[in-house]
Design a protein around this ligand. Sequence first.
Ligand SMILES: Cc1cc2nc3c(=O)[nH]c(=O)nc-3n(C[C@H](O)[C@H](O)[C@H](O)COP(=O)(O)OP(=O)(O)OC[C@H]3O[C@@H](n4cnc5c(N)ncnc54)[C@H](O)[C@@H]3O)c2cc1C
Length: 421
Amino acid sequence: MRGHLNPGIKEVTIIGGGVAGLMAAEALLRAGVRVTIYEASSRLGGMISTQITPFGIAEGAAHSFRTGEAIMALCKRLNINVAEGLTRKKFIYRYQKMRQFPLTIPEVFALARSSLFHRAQKAGTLKAWAQNHVGAGAQQALFTPLSQGIFGTAPGNLFQPLAFPGLTLPAGRTLVAHLFCRKRQAPKARMYMAAPVEGMGALTEALAQFVTGHPHATVVLNHAVKKLPKAKNIILSAPAAVAAKLLAEASPQTSKALAKVQSVPLVAVTAFFSGVKAPAGIGVLMAEGQDIAANGVLFNSAALPARLSPQAEEKGLVSLTFMYGGSAAKRMLKAEAEIKNQVEKDAHTLFGPAAKAQALYPACWREALPQYDENLAQALSMADKDWCHGQGRVLYGNYTGDISLRGLAEGAAKLAQPFYQ
Ligand SMILES: Cc1cc2nc3c(=O)[nH]c(=O)nc-3n(C[C@H](O)[C@H](O)[C@H](O)COP(=O)(O)OP(=O)(O)OC[C@H]3O[C@@H](n4cnc5c(N)ncnc54)[C@H](O)[C@@H]3O)c2cc1C
């Protein structure tokens, strides 16, 4: 979230009714603010939606969230039944196997040496950070899977201070020294994976219901805003490219910088498989250079309760979501027939030749997530100095510092806070 609202004016216009826009609307309405929300499509919720299929739940985008005070409080306010993940185990695919510990012994020594002796250098990509502080092996086996799993892109495409600000070390400090200093600070609350039992759509539907039914809210659907409204309090909650167009007149510099923000395509395929015995775990991410096109596979039915229909459970099926980014996603976006072939090929590599997809539910996103690179860092820093400077103008969405629902919920709480004072 960038910028601040003006608490002296108890009225806010929100452009974009995805989960971010809805979270902001909910928080502001509860703080006694009048809200008008414009949404380009015919439904609220944006990328997040849940399909209840004859086999079980198939998500369109987010499958779960990391817990935090703001997101858990939101779910409680909306009476959403949230289930904690069934397991915390995660796997990395490397050397033809799913492994909980993917490093070799020489790589462990290299990690120890790098983290003990290599000092912080100039800010750069996540790849450069990892090679310096944990060594090349750990970069390939830990940081590539992490960055592809969260951002759908390789660590060389991510600007470390923006994508993982928690990894920023003071100048000249080694990683071990940094971790030692941090350990002595107050411990953080325990974080775990959770999701609404009925799927992520339960969250956006409850938000939409609350906002639509509120006497101080006006919801305008099928209305793609083309010109920045002359409102005293405004939240731009549509994607970066849309914000760039809307700000072209009011703030040409911010607009130009936002127009350079690239987006990452993603294809998420939820598939119900027979002949698979997925290990008890959240899922598997791929180390660099593997013979698998997927960035990662979520073991839905092993990780979360109630992911399968009773019929699917009876047949012994498992629910898996295959996530594709980069060139694999681009190929699939061009030819849908690729999707089934690729998913089955990857499933055979991971689970053996008996794996057979009984049903597939793909969600294809040409512009799924913003690329957290230096262009985005520059656009946000320009916005801070320019359009978001002063009160009443806010940029808020998955390109403003955090793509996760946990972070977006924290942003919404911050937006409403000044109205309580
Ligand atoms: C495949 C996938 C998996 C993911 N998994 C996770 C996960 O497990 N956990 C997690 O925390 N996050 C996850 N995410 C990220 C998370 O889902 C997104 O960051 C979040 O949903 C983004 O919400 P948003 O409101 O910022 O954007 P959007 O959902 O894109 O909403 C923007 C809204 O603005 C509207 N709009 C656009 N232009 C205009 C206009 N001119 N006027 C009015 N309205 C306009 C759009 O129609 C849309 O409704 C995932 C994302 C994807 C794609």
